[in-house]
Write a protein that binds this ligand. Sequence first.
Ligand SMILES: [Zn+2]
Length: 105
Amino acid sequence: MRVARCRGCRRLTYPAHFVCDDCGSRDFDSLEVSEGTLLTYTVLHVPPSGVVSPLRIGIVEFEGGVRALGQLAEPIEVGAKVRAEWTVVREVEGRRYEGFRFRPA
Ligand SMILES: [Zn+2]
């Protein structure tokens, strides 16, 4: 997962910001973070159309405190290490929607 890193104070953000909340810098580069920790999740047994049921949605924290929301590829326990992939997470009437899917690391 690519995150933005402030060149002023090194803070990591996702999604990228135009201005750093901490130091006001507008200068960023990007950094790949791979492994994170599942903080919490919920299970939807009646998800929107085009999504696999049951739909598990979780929040993962990566290094630097960056958090992202995405689908869980399978049941995963809170606190487990996961890896993120950017992939098609929903298909409706021929349209594909991309997002994060997390798998056990
Ligand atoms: Zn900054």
